[in-house]
Structure formats: structure tokens, C-alpha cells
Design a protein around this ligand. Structure first.
Ligand SMILES: [Zn+2]
Length: 149
């Protein structure tokens, strides 16, 4: 939070410096701007702009669209832990979150080792077997109650 305030203060100060220098020496800044946007020393006042800098406006839109797409892809696939830039390829909480190995609660901040994978697999199989057993018990008791009726 403090770094964001500092960054905002620096940006505001830089913008104020640019505006102040433009006001103090408007002719030089206007000439620099005219040269770099292509509106000076051409056959018409806007010919240079539209055949130079102005023709790139559509390209800025395309670059913006590509940048937005890349940003959305990164937001979708990176770790859901705030401020983590790793790829989140381990699901947590039943698939609600994609987390990296450092933030996944089962991995305790380290890469999953072979022993950890085997242990988690064994626990998963035991949990599935327990669920299957409960289902069989429920189906077995419902069938017997159906037969009673
Ligand atoms: Zn992470």
C-alpha cells in the first residue's frame, strides 16, 4: 500500500514537471511534439499526421486487444494466491482455485516429492474406497427396505 502511494506521488510529480516545462517553454515542446507526431514540414497541416503517427492509431487498438488477451490468459492460469505469478496447475478446494506448488495446502510450500505423491494418492484411494463402501451400504439397505415393502 505504501509503495503504491509512493508510486502515485512520483507519477503526479513527473506529470507536474512535464506540464510545468511545457508551460515555461511551450514553443520547444510544441515543435518536438509536431516533429514526433508528423504534423510539421509537410504539404498540409494534417497530412504528415495521418500518413505517419495517426495511421498507427488502429495499430494501438490491435496491440491493446492483444495485450488485454494476454493479460486475461495470465489472470486465468496463474496462481490464485494474491501477488503470485507462478502458473497454478494444482486444483484446490474441489477445483475452485488453481494454485502453484508453493501455495497449495497439501504441498506445504515445496515441490511435490515422489513420496508425497504416493502418500496423497494412497489417501485419495482410501477416501474413495470409504465412499464406495458407504454407497454400497446405502444401496444395500435401501434394496432390503424396498424388498420389505
Ligand atoms: Zn502461488
Amino acid at each position: 500500500m505504501r509503495s503504491r502511494l509512493l508510486l502515485l506521488a512520483v507519477a503526479v510529480t513527473a506529470l507536474a514537471a512535464v506540464i510545468t516545462s511545457w508551460v515555461l517553454d511551450a514553443a520547444a515542446v510544441d515543435h518536438w511534439l509536431a516533429v514526433h507526431t508528423g504534423t510539421v514540414n509537410e504539404s498540409g497541416p494534417y497530412y504528415g499526421f495521418w500518413s505517419g503517427f495517426g495511421s498507427d492509431i488502429a495499430e494501438f487498438g490491435i496491440i491493446g486487444a492483444i495485450g488485454t488477451g494476454v493479460y486475461q490468459m495470465v489472470r486465468k492460469y496463474n496462481c490464485h494466491e494474491p501477488r503470485c505469478w507462478r502458473v497454478g496447475n494444482h486444483s484446490a478446494a474441489g477445483g475452485q482455485f488453481l494454485l502453484c506448488y508453493r501455495h497449495h495446502p497439501d504441498y506445504h510450500g515445496s515441490r511435490p516429492t515422489s513420496a508425497m505423491i504416493k502418500g496423497l494418492h494412497r489417501a485419495h484411494k482410501q477416501r474413495q474406497a470409504s465412499l464406495d463402501e458407504k454407497l454400497h451400504r446405502i444401496h444395500g439397505s435401501s434394496r432390503s427396505s424396498d424388498a420389505d415393502n
